[in-house]
Design a protein around this ligand. Structure first.
Ligand code: NAP
Length: 273
Protein backbone atom coordinates (compact mmCIF):
# COMPACT_ATOMS: atom_id res chain seq x y z
CA UNK A 1 0.00 0.00 0.00
CA UNK A 2 1.28 3.48 -0.82
CA UNK A 3 2.10 5.73 2.09
CA UNK A 4 1.93 9.42 1.36
CA UNK A 5 0.82 12.61 3.08
CA UNK A 6 -2.98 12.79 3.27
CA UNK A 7 -3.04 16.27 1.80
CA UNK A 8 -0.93 16.96 -1.26
CA UNK A 9 -0.73 19.69 -3.88
CA UNK A 10 -2.33 19.80 -7.33
CA UNK A 11 -0.94 21.75 -10.28
CA UNK A 12 -3.71 21.99 -12.85
CA UNK A 13 -4.10 25.59 -14.11
CA UNK A 14 -0.99 26.75 -12.30
CA UNK A 15 0.00 30.19 -13.68
CA UNK A 16 2.57 29.57 -16.40
CA UNK A 17 4.65 32.76 -16.48
CA UNK A 18 5.51 36.04 -14.77
CA UNK A 19 4.94 37.10 -11.20
CA UNK A 20 1.92 34.82 -10.74
CA UNK A 21 4.03 31.82 -11.75
CA UNK A 22 6.71 32.81 -9.24
CA UNK A 23 3.99 33.11 -6.60
CA UNK A 24 2.78 29.61 -7.50
CA UNK A 25 6.34 28.26 -7.18
CA UNK A 26 6.61 29.90 -3.75
CA UNK A 27 3.25 28.38 -2.80
CA UNK A 28 4.40 24.88 -3.79
CA UNK A 29 7.60 25.35 -1.79
CA UNK A 30 5.62 26.65 1.20
CA UNK A 31 3.35 23.63 1.01
CA UNK A 32 6.28 21.22 0.80
CA UNK A 33 7.94 22.86 3.82
CA UNK A 34 4.67 22.32 5.72
CA UNK A 35 4.51 18.61 4.86
CA UNK A 36 2.48 18.64 1.62
CA UNK A 37 5.23 16.73 -0.17
CA UNK A 38 2.85 14.82 -2.44
CA UNK A 39 2.81 16.79 -5.72
CA UNK A 40 0.34 15.94 -8.45
CA UNK A 41 0.94 16.93 -12.06
CA UNK A 42 0.32 15.65 -15.60
CA UNK A 43 1.67 16.06 -19.10
CA UNK A 44 -1.70 17.60 -19.96
CA UNK A 45 -1.40 20.55 -17.56
CA UNK A 46 -0.25 23.54 -19.59
CA UNK A 47 1.03 21.11 -22.25
CA UNK A 48 3.90 20.11 -20.00
CA UNK A 49 4.47 23.57 -18.52
CA UNK A 50 3.12 22.51 -15.11
CA UNK A 51 5.71 19.73 -14.96
CA UNK A 52 8.48 22.23 -15.73
CA UNK A 53 7.18 24.50 -12.98
CA UNK A 54 7.13 21.60 -10.51
CA UNK A 55 10.73 20.82 -11.52
CA UNK A 56 11.66 24.43 -10.81
CA UNK A 57 9.76 24.51 -7.50
CA UNK A 58 11.45 21.41 -6.11
CA UNK A 59 14.98 22.15 -7.25
CA UNK A 60 17.30 21.81 -4.28
CA UNK A 61 14.81 19.73 -2.30
CA UNK A 62 16.01 16.14 -1.72
CA UNK A 63 14.20 13.93 -4.21
CA UNK A 64 13.50 11.22 -1.65
CA UNK A 65 11.59 13.67 0.55
CA UNK A 66 9.02 14.17 -2.24
CA UNK A 67 6.23 12.04 -3.69
CA UNK A 68 5.66 13.10 -7.31
CA UNK A 69 2.81 11.85 -9.49
CA UNK A 70 2.34 12.47 -13.20
CA UNK A 71 -0.07 11.12 -15.79
CA UNK A 72 -0.02 9.99 -19.39
CA UNK A 73 -2.64 11.49 -21.70
CA UNK A 74 -5.06 8.87 -23.06
CA UNK A 75 -4.18 9.97 -26.61
CA UNK A 76 -0.57 8.88 -25.94
CA UNK A 77 -1.44 5.68 -24.13
CA UNK A 78 -0.26 3.06 -26.61
CA UNK A 79 2.54 0.82 -25.30
CA UNK A 80 5.33 2.86 -26.94
CA UNK A 81 3.49 6.15 -26.44
CA UNK A 82 3.21 5.59 -22.69
CA UNK A 83 6.92 4.85 -22.34
CA UNK A 84 7.83 7.91 -24.41
CA UNK A 85 5.38 10.18 -22.53
CA UNK A 86 6.88 9.17 -19.20
CA UNK A 87 10.36 9.96 -20.44
CA UNK A 88 9.25 13.40 -21.65
CA UNK A 89 7.61 14.07 -18.27
CA UNK A 90 10.77 13.08 -16.41
CA UNK A 91 12.83 15.43 -18.56
CA UNK A 92 10.48 18.36 -17.88
CA UNK A 93 10.46 17.56 -14.16
CA UNK A 94 14.25 17.12 -14.18
CA UNK A 95 13.83 13.82 -12.31
CA UNK A 96 15.05 10.25 -12.77
CA UNK A 97 11.84 8.62 -11.62
CA UNK A 98 8.21 9.27 -10.72
CA UNK A 99 6.78 7.98 -7.45
CA UNK A 100 3.50 7.30 -9.21
CA UNK A 101 2.52 7.29 -12.89
CA UNK A 102 -1.14 7.14 -13.92
CA UNK A 103 -3.25 6.77 -17.02
CA UNK A 104 -5.15 10.09 -16.88
CA UNK A 105 -8.52 8.69 -17.98
CA UNK A 106 -9.71 5.64 -19.97
CA UNK A 107 -8.36 5.74 -23.52
CA UNK A 108 -9.39 4.36 -26.91
CA UNK A 109 -6.23 2.22 -27.00
CA UNK A 110 -6.25 -1.30 -25.52
CA UNK A 111 -5.95 -0.94 -21.76
CA UNK A 112 -3.83 -4.09 -21.68
CA UNK A 113 -1.08 -2.35 -23.69
CA UNK A 114 -1.09 0.71 -21.42
CA UNK A 115 -0.89 -1.41 -18.27
CA UNK A 116 1.95 -3.48 -19.75
CA UNK A 117 3.82 -0.25 -20.51
CA UNK A 118 3.25 1.03 -16.98
CA UNK A 119 4.64 -2.22 -15.61
CA UNK A 120 7.66 -1.90 -17.86
CA UNK A 121 8.28 1.62 -16.50
CA UNK A 122 8.41 0.14 -12.98
CA UNK A 123 10.86 -2.55 -14.14
CA UNK A 124 13.01 0.17 -15.76
CA UNK A 125 13.04 2.22 -12.56
CA UNK A 126 11.19 5.14 -14.19
CA UNK A 127 8.13 4.78 -11.94
CA UNK A 128 7.95 3.46 -8.40
CA UNK A 129 4.23 2.75 -8.56
CA UNK A 130 1.47 2.87 -11.17
CA UNK A 131 -2.23 3.46 -11.36
CA UNK A 132 -5.18 4.97 -13.13
CA UNK A 133 -7.40 8.02 -12.89
CA UNK A 134 -11.11 8.56 -13.54
CA UNK A 135 -11.68 4.79 -13.53
CA UNK A 136 -14.97 3.39 -12.24
CA UNK A 137 -15.12 0.00 -10.55
CA UNK A 138 -15.29 -2.22 -13.66
CA UNK A 139 -12.43 -0.30 -15.29
CA UNK A 140 -10.33 -0.68 -12.13
CA UNK A 141 -10.93 -4.43 -12.14
CA UNK A 142 -9.99 -4.62 -15.82
CA UNK A 143 -6.78 -2.63 -15.23
CA UNK A 144 -5.85 -4.96 -12.37
CA UNK A 145 -6.42 -8.02 -14.54
CA UNK A 146 -3.67 -6.94 -16.97
CA UNK A 147 -0.98 -6.42 -14.34
CA UNK A 148 1.28 -9.39 -13.76
CA UNK A 149 3.96 -8.37 -11.27
CA UNK A 150 3.15 -4.86 -10.09
CA UNK A 151 0.00 -4.01 -8.11
CA UNK A 152 -2.38 -1.26 -9.12
CA UNK A 153 -1.47 1.35 -6.51
CA UNK A 154 -3.88 4.21 -7.08
CA UNK A 155 -7.09 5.47 -8.62
CA UNK A 156 -7.35 9.27 -8.77
CA UNK A 157 -10.96 10.44 -8.95
CA UNK A 158 -13.22 13.45 -8.41
CA UNK A 159 -14.16 13.76 -4.74
CA UNK A 160 -15.70 16.71 -2.96
CA UNK A 161 -18.63 17.39 -0.65
CA UNK A 162 -21.16 17.43 -3.47
CA UNK A 163 -19.65 14.43 -5.30
CA UNK A 164 -19.40 11.63 -2.77
CA UNK A 165 -20.68 8.74 -4.92
CA UNK A 166 -17.29 7.00 -4.76
CA UNK A 167 -17.99 6.24 -1.08
CA UNK A 168 -20.60 3.59 -1.94
CA UNK A 169 -18.53 1.05 -3.89
CA UNK A 170 -15.30 2.47 -5.32
CA UNK A 171 -13.60 3.46 -2.06
CA UNK A 172 -14.52 0.17 -0.28
CA UNK A 173 -13.27 -1.88 -3.24
CA UNK A 174 -10.02 0.10 -3.58
CA UNK A 175 -9.34 0.04 0.14
CA UNK A 176 -9.82 -3.70 0.39
CA UNK A 177 -7.57 -4.20 -2.64
CA UNK A 178 -4.73 -2.01 -1.36
CA UNK A 179 -5.44 0.74 -3.93
CA UNK A 180 -5.03 4.30 -2.68
CA UNK A 181 -7.85 6.66 -3.64
CA UNK A 182 -6.61 10.17 -4.39
CA UNK A 183 -9.48 12.63 -4.58
CA UNK A 184 -9.15 15.61 -6.90
CA UNK A 185 -10.91 19.01 -6.98
CA UNK A 186 -11.65 18.87 -3.22
CA UNK A 187 -13.22 22.34 -3.25
CA UNK A 188 -15.61 21.43 -6.07
CA UNK A 189 -14.90 24.59 -8.07
CA UNK A 190 -18.20 26.53 -8.47
CA UNK A 191 -19.96 24.04 -6.18
CA UNK A 192 -18.10 25.03 -3.02
CA UNK A 193 -20.76 25.58 -0.31
CA UNK A 194 -21.60 29.23 0.26
CA UNK A 195 -21.75 30.41 3.89
CA UNK A 196 -25.38 31.43 3.32
CA UNK A 197 -26.39 27.86 2.39
CA UNK A 198 -27.56 25.31 4.98
CA UNK A 199 -24.49 23.09 4.40
CA UNK A 200 -22.24 26.15 4.47
CA UNK A 201 -23.66 27.12 7.87
CA UNK A 202 -22.95 23.62 9.21
CA UNK A 203 -19.34 23.88 8.05
CA UNK A 204 -18.96 27.37 9.57
CA UNK A 205 -20.22 26.10 12.92
CA UNK A 206 -17.82 23.16 12.94
CA UNK A 207 -14.92 25.39 11.84
CA UNK A 208 -15.59 27.75 14.76
CA UNK A 209 -15.65 24.82 17.20
CA UNK A 210 -12.18 23.61 16.12
CA UNK A 211 -10.67 27.05 15.50
CA UNK A 212 -10.10 26.00 11.86
CA UNK A 213 -11.27 27.42 8.56
CA UNK A 214 -14.12 25.95 6.53
CA UNK A 215 -11.64 24.79 3.86
CA UNK A 216 -9.61 22.99 6.51
CA UNK A 217 -12.75 21.24 7.75
CA UNK A 218 -13.55 20.18 4.18
CA UNK A 219 -10.05 18.79 3.50
CA UNK A 220 -9.97 17.00 6.85
CA UNK A 221 -13.39 15.45 6.19
CA UNK A 222 -12.34 14.27 2.70
CA UNK A 223 -9.29 12.48 4.14
CA UNK A 224 -11.04 10.95 7.18
CA UNK A 225 -10.96 7.42 5.76
CA UNK A 226 -7.82 5.30 5.66
CA UNK A 227 -6.08 5.32 2.25
CA UNK A 228 -8.06 8.28 0.91
CA UNK A 229 -5.97 11.33 0.00
CA UNK A 230 -6.62 14.77 -1.47
CA UNK A 231 -4.65 17.17 -3.66
CA UNK A 232 -5.92 20.77 -3.47
CA UNK A 233 -4.23 23.16 -5.86
CA UNK A 234 -3.05 26.48 -4.46
CA UNK A 235 -1.04 29.05 -6.36
CA UNK A 236 -0.93 31.43 -3.38
CA UNK A 237 1.20 30.74 -0.32
CA UNK A 238 -1.57 31.74 2.09
CA UNK A 239 -3.79 29.08 0.50
CA UNK A 240 -1.02 26.47 0.73
CA UNK A 241 -0.53 27.33 4.42
CA UNK A 242 -4.24 27.03 5.09
CA UNK A 243 -4.49 23.70 3.27
CA UNK A 244 -1.50 22.26 5.14
CA UNK A 245 -3.28 23.12 8.41
CA UNK A 246 -6.04 20.68 7.51
CA UNK A 247 -3.88 17.67 8.40
CA UNK A 248 -2.69 16.23 11.70
CA UNK A 249 -5.95 16.30 13.67
CA UNK A 250 -9.29 14.50 13.50
CA UNK A 251 -12.92 15.57 13.37
CA UNK A 252 -15.11 14.06 16.06
CA UNK A 253 -17.67 11.50 14.87
CA UNK A 254 -20.59 13.82 15.69
CA UNK A 255 -19.17 16.47 13.35
CA UNK A 256 -18.52 13.90 10.62
CA UNK A 257 -22.18 12.86 11.00
CA UNK A 258 -23.33 16.49 10.73
CA UNK A 259 -21.36 16.96 7.48
CA UNK A 260 -22.70 13.62 6.21
CA UNK A 261 -26.24 14.84 6.76
CA UNK A 262 -25.65 18.23 5.15
CA UNK A 263 -23.90 16.76 2.08
CA UNK A 264 -25.45 13.32 1.54
CA UNK A 265 -23.84 10.63 -0.59
CA UNK A 266 -25.63 10.14 -3.90
CA UNK A 267 -25.02 6.86 -5.68
CA UNK A 268 -24.43 6.84 -9.45
CA UNK A 269 -21.77 6.39 -12.10
CA UNK A 270 -18.36 7.93 -11.47
CA UNK A 271 -18.43 11.69 -11.99
CA UNK A 272 -15.55 13.54 -13.60
CA UNK A 273 -14.67 17.22 -13.87
P1 NAP B 1 -9.28 22.54 -6.24
O1 NAP B 1 -7.96 22.14 -5.71
O2 NAP B 1 -10.49 22.01 -5.58
O3 NAP B 1 -9.42 24.11 -6.28
C1 NAP B 1 -8.42 24.96 -6.76
C2 NAP B 1 -8.89 26.39 -6.52
O4 NAP B 1 -9.07 26.57 -5.11
C3 NAP B 1 -7.88 27.43 -6.97
O5 NAP B 1 -8.62 28.52 -7.51
C4 NAP B 1 -7.20 27.86 -5.70
O6 NAP B 1 -6.78 29.22 -5.71
C5 NAP B 1 -8.32 27.71 -4.71
N1 NAP B 1 -7.82 27.44 -3.35
C6 NAP B 1 -6.90 26.53 -2.97
N2 NAP B 1 -6.70 26.56 -1.64
C7 NAP B 1 -7.53 27.53 -1.17
C8 NAP B 1 -7.79 28.04 0.11
N3 NAP B 1 -7.18 27.54 1.18
N4 NAP B 1 -8.70 29.04 0.24
C9 NAP B 1 -9.34 29.54 -0.85
N5 NAP B 1 -9.13 29.09 -2.10
C10 NAP B 1 -8.23 28.08 -2.26
O7 NAP B 1 -9.42 22.16 -7.78
P2 NAP B 1 -8.53 21.48 -8.91
O8 NAP B 1 -7.31 22.25 -9.21
O9 NAP B 1 -9.47 21.18 -10.01
O10 NAP B 1 -8.10 20.07 -8.28
C11 NAP B 1 -6.91 19.87 -7.57
C12 NAP B 1 -5.89 19.09 -8.35
O11 NAP B 1 -6.38 17.80 -8.69
C13 NAP B 1 -5.54 19.67 -9.72
O12 NAP B 1 -4.72 20.82 -9.61
C14 NAP B 1 -4.90 18.48 -10.38
O13 NAP B 1 -3.57 18.30 -9.93
C15 NAP B 1 -5.80 17.37 -9.91
N6 NAP B 1 -6.89 17.06 -10.87
C16 NAP B 1 -6.88 15.84 -11.47
C17 NAP B 1 -7.86 15.54 -12.40
C18 NAP B 1 -7.85 14.20 -13.09
O14 NAP B 1 -8.57 14.04 -14.08
N7 NAP B 1 -7.07 13.26 -12.61
C19 NAP B 1 -8.88 16.46 -12.70
C20 NAP B 1 -8.88 17.68 -12.04
C21 NAP B 1 -7.88 17.96 -11.11
P3 NAP B 1 -5.27 29.70 -5.99
O15 NAP B 1 -4.74 28.82 -7.09
O16 NAP B 1 -5.43 31.12 -6.37
O17 NAP B 1 -4.47 29.54 -4.71
Amino acid sequence: MLTLPRIGQGTWDVPESGARMQEAIDALRTGIALGMTHIDTAEMYGNGRAEEIVGEAVSGIPRDSLFVTSKVLPGNATYDGTIAACERSLKRLRMDYLDLYLLHWPSRFPLKDTMRALEQLVRDGKARAIGVSNFDLDDVREAQSYLQNVPLACNQVLYHLRERGIETRLIPYCTSNGIAVVGYTPFGRSRFPRPSSRGGAVLEQIAAKYGKTVRQIVLNFLTRMPHVYTIPKASRSEHARENAGAAGWDLEQADIDAIDEAFPVEDGPLATI
